[in-house]
Design a binder for this molecule. Structure first.
Ligand SMILES: NC(=O)C1=CN([C@@H]2O[C@H](COP(=O)(O)OP(=O)(O)OC[C@H]3O[C@@H](n4cnc5c(N)ncnc54)[C@H](OP(=O)(O)O)[C@@H]3O)[C@@H](O)[C@H]2O)C=CC1
Ligand SMILES: C[C@H]1O[C@H](OP(=O)(O)OP(=O)(O)OC[C@H]2O[C@@H](n3cnc4c(=O)[nH]c(N)nc43)[C@H](O)[C@@H]2O)[C@@H](O)[C@@H](O)C1=O
Length: 311
């Protein structure tokens, strides 16, 4: 990408899109095209067609999606399937029609089978049944990967797919029910400390294991791969390290300074027992994460305090 290239970041206000935007600005890029969901509903075929014909971006980062944690995925199953299929179909197809030089599609580690061997290698895709709580979202993301590959095969488009692990960072969603685990715990432990509550409730058994990557690290990887990776299929983006939800809760408890206890609500779903990325392909491409979990949680906690508590 040359520094004057016109870059469309779909979802530039979200956690990932805003991190990619910051990274590109820091690298000296200035020619951005952005639209909020109020300005363009990416589910709408005509609006997306008109937008691409008007703007004709050179590069596209597709970081707009209907996103949420385990309960949101399981509750809004129709929206997670419909919205995500619509958004990615419209953006990918119009990128092809308007001669976009390269597009990056962001998937998710939930595309892998629920009980796939660990760590998750890229070639485990479509080798077994998915985790039921996020099957609609995963099906949409798998369709996105296959669409990029099909457009490469039939039309020669340089469209690539990356699969990030669970993410957290600046501009995360702290909704008490709909967010992912890390922002949910940051908020719940903070509020429990402020209200002198005796304990914090953790969803599920605490035994599932997850891998977490700071969104600014993800943005670095996306920038790196956008310049250096031009293959079909998918590439995992993660740290290659995981932690149990119970240990994660203890880490957040320490960072927020909460002094009470923790209990587990086993009426809430555990989801996939383990989701650890095999990052050999990414490391072989020449990229490795920088921000470790404890440091990243402290950064996310201070962002939460600045935006929601001290604002
Ligand atoms: N968060 C995570 O843990 C993970 C995320 N990912 C993937 O990364 C990508 C970004 O996720 P993340 O940044 O966390 O999500 P966010 O919810 O923070 O941001 C999503 C963005 O998508 C935009 N968007 C949603 N619906 C529409 C629509 N109908 N029309 C136009 N824009 C829309 C929103 O725009 P606006 O702000 O203008 O409303 C928002 O900025 C997604 O593809 C997600 O699947 C992958 C793995 C893990
Ligand atoms: C990124 C990924 O995110 C989703 O999958 P998930 O990995 O299961 O994500 P999660 O962050 O919501 O939960 C992780 C674990 O943590 C436990 N947990 C404890 N306490 C809270 C809690 O308070 N909130 C949440 N959300 N989870 C909690 C929870 O029970 C689960 O065992 C996908 O649907 C899909 O969207 C996707 O791709």
């Amino acid at each position: 990408m040359d520094k004057n290239a016109k870059i469309y970041i779909a979802g530039h206000r979200g956690m990932v899109g805003s991190a990619i935007h910051r990274k590109l600005q820091n690298e000296g890029f200035t020619n951005f095209v952005t639209r909020t969901s109020d300005q363009i509903d990416l589910r709408d075929q005509q609006q997306v067609k008109d937008f691409f014909e008007l703007e004709k971006p050179d590069y596209v980062f597709l970081a707009a999606a209907k996103v949420g944690g385990i309960v949101a995925n399981n509750t809004y199953r129709a929206e997670f399937l419909y919205d995500n299929l619509q958004i990615q179909n419209n953006v990918i197809h119009n990128a092809y029609l308007n001669g976009v030089k390269k597009l990056m599609f962001l998937g998710s580690s939930c595309i892998y089978p629920k009980l796939a061997p660990q760590p998750l290698k890229e070639d485990y895709l479509l080798t077994g049944p998915l985790e039921p709580t996020n099957e609609p979202y995963a099906i949409a993301k798998i369709a996105g990967i296959k669409m990029c590959d099909a457009y490469r095969d039939q039309y020669g488009c340089n469209f690539i797919s990356v699969m990030p692990t669970n993410l957290y960072g600046y501009n995360d969603n702290y909704h008490p029910q709909n967010s992912h685990v890390l922002p949910a715990l940051i908020r719940r432990f903070h509020e429990a400390k402020e209200q002198n509550l005796p304990e914090v409730v953790i969803w599920g058994s605490g035994s599932p294991k997850r891998e977490f990557l700071f969104a600014d690290d993800l943005a670095e990887a996306c920038f790196y791969l956008m310049q250096n990776y031009n293959e079909p299929g998918l590439v995992n983006i993660g740290t290659g390290e995981d932690i149990s939800i119970k240990d994660l809760a203890l880490l957040v408890k320490n960072i927020t300074g909460f002094e009470g206890g923790i209990t587990f609500d086993t009426t809430k779903p555990d989801g996939t027992p383990r989701k650890l990325m095999d990052v050999t392909k990414l490391h072989n491409q020449g990229w490795k994460h920088k921000i470790e979990l404890e440091e990243g949680i402290a950064l996310a906690y201070s962002d939460f305090l600045n935006k929601y508590i001290n604002a």
